[in-house]
Ligand binder design. Structure first.
Ligand code: FE
Ligand code: FE
Ligand code: ZN
Length: 302
């Protein structure tokens, strides 16, 4: 079954608002941050809202096992700094608890960046931090995301992720989240995605893939830029993205769009519209909408 959704908000109405937003895009899953992606300020989970969210998911056949959380990307598990390591361990452990309270069992974590560390040190730091975060029996799996290699990002090759995963004690709770834009920007050719999966299966095992981020890219292969583009209008292209989305080896794995909001070029340049309803429709019908951006502007303009 196709399990498709997008990144959605998690604001005052918490998970309930996330579910409502996902349904407005005709999605059957979604991904959310428990607060702003760029900071670590987090409010308490409201159990009443969570109950309502669960009821709404049930009514609309959204399986919470397909719902994914994303940790804020400023947490850096690759750091050498012991204080920052402690912070990462504490924050991520609390984030896992928040997920458990919400009934969500997958969280995407960026491996981090080697700022003043060698890549070897950074890998050991990631292993140390993740092992500590998983040193409990919280029923939440960490999915390390494949990265584009912007700056000194870690996790840009399959073998680098393998080095980390091989050294995680709690093997049942570690996995990978692929990101098509990141793979392209890291140097993997999405038009040869089957070859990528073969290598991944040899090194890590396809059963470790817990989520796939579906994004087109604004940049050429191996650019190490990490700028997402709307589906079908980037350098990866619609058919290559469909070959990932409908790959039989990734059936039943949640596919999540993190494509950019569309700007209103005619009027107020600060107005931005979500593309997800239209992108999900293109994906379901397998027909590229050549008028994608204008259709989105038209719908949300008034
Ligand atoms: Fe991410
Ligand atoms: Fe991503
Ligand atoms: Zn990205």
């Amino acid at each position: 079954m196709l399990i498709i959704g997008s990144h959605v908000g998690f604001k005052q109405t918490q998970l309930l608002g996330s579910v409502e937003e996902a349904l407005s895009y005709k999605a059957n899953t979604f991904m959310f941050y428990t607060g702003a992606p760029q900071n670590t300020l987090r409010s308490d989970i409201n159990d009443n809202l969570t109950k309502k969210a669960n009821a709404l998911m049930k009514d609309n056949n959204i399986d919470i096992n397909n719902v994914v959380c994303h940790a804020p990307y400023i947490v850096n598990p690759a750091t050498n700094d012991p204080l920052k390591q402690d912070f990462a361990i504490n924050f991520l452990t609390n984030e896992l608890r928040r997920c458990e309270n919400l009934g969500v069992n997958k969280i995407v974590v960026h491996p981090g960046s080697a700022v003043s560390e060698t890549r070897e040190e950074a890998i050991n730091n990631i292993i140390y931090v993740i092992n500590n975060v998983l040193n409990n029996n919280i029923n939440v799996t960490i999915l390390l995301e494949t990265m584009a290699g912007k700056g000194n990002e870690m996790g840009i090759t399959t073998s680098e992720l393998k080095q980390v995963i091989d050294n995680i004690d709690n093997k049942d709770r570690i996995g990978v989240c692929l990101d098509t834009c990141h793979l392209n920007d890291a140097g993997y050719d999405i038009s040869k995605f089957d070859e990528y999966l073969l290598e991944f299966d040899e090194l890590i095992g396809i059963d470790k893939i817990g989520c796939v981020h579906i994004n087109d890219s604004k940049n050429e292969i191996a650019s190490h830029k990490d700028r997402h583009e709307n589906i079908g209008i980037g350098t990866i292209g619609f058919n290559n993205l469909l070959s990932v989305i409908y790959n039989t080896k990734l059936e039943n794995i949640p596919k999540i769009l993190e494509t950019p909001y569309v700007g209103d070029f005619d009027e107020d340049k600060n107005r931005l519209y979500p593309p997800y309803k239209y992108e999900i429709d293109m994906i379901k019908t397998k027909i590229f909408n050549t008028n994608l951006l204008n259709d989105i502007r038209k719908e949300y303009k008034n």
